[in-house]
Design a binder for this molecule. Sequence first.
Ligand code: 5GP
Ligand code: MN
Length: 323
Amino acid sequence: MTHYNPDGDAIGSSLGLYHFLVAWGHQVDVVVPNSYPGFLQWMPGNDRVLVASEQHQEVVERIHQAELIIFLDFNVMDRVQQLEETFRQVGVPKILIDHHPNPEPFADIMVSSTQVSSTSELLYELLVGLKGEDAIDRNMAECLYAGIMTDTGSFSYNSSLPDTYYVVSRLIEKGIDKDRIYWRVYDNYSVDRMRLLGYCLNTKLRVFPEYGAAYISINRRELKEFNYRSGDSEGFVNYPLSIGGVMFSAIFIEQEGYVKISFRSKGDFYANRFASAHFNGGGHKNAAGGYSELSLEETLEKFESLLPQYKGQLLENHLYHAD
Ligand code: 5GP
Ligand code: MN
């Protein structure tokens, strides 16, 4: 089981574990709360994934039949959304494998570390610790590599420790084609997605050089106009950070009844603290998210009105990291 709006690490770690457990004779279901973008739908075992928002009853039945439940890549129970109550009801042992800070104690066994790039990297260490290096096959390696690659933005952040590269070298030894994996994830977008990105950068980007911040917002009408499909805006939030002096970036996407928000930062600005203090969210220091139940306009006003009080942190951080 992994989190709502599954990303590459969520799917990669879940399917990596799936192959491992199946190889050891277990009967395994992989469950996600909702569906995920096409550029993540190629991993071996993808056709075995059950999507709770589409097959709710079947998923609930499987959860009630399970003898063991393993949660991957999230630290707070509400990230499973509509299945939270079901999981709270079932009394079987639960394991968490995750790399987010401050996990809530919702599992019996918590394998949690922030000293890794990704859940996939942590899972690799765990599986090798359990059964040795030979227990990792090419299918597992493809999934785990995809998880590490996506959670580090192709090794541009969350990837400053040597262990990550040790694990990657081991995965490459399993015969994976790393260029092909890159191509399937990053060079596999729809035309609509490219045009939406162009539109956002041209028209919807707001930059606040005086605060070292920038954001993009997309409303429902624009989503419709560009035939938006889940995952199309993945990665947009990183673009404003490419502007010199911008240390903190956000994207606001209007949904029905709420606004979904992603935050990214460079250096020592704690995006997760900002997300939890103001937007019902959390996450990592440099990559966090949350939501707002205000209208899109009010949410943007709120965000802008918060910037002055963070000016010190953002600009201090900027000066520190500029040299
Ligand atoms: P993304 O911007 O890619 O959706 O999320 C980046 C990170 O922020 C995720 O890995 C997750 O840790 C965190 N995150 C995103 N949305 C939420 C949210 O609504 N609540 C919490 N607690 N964390 C979130
Ligand atoms: Mn992750």
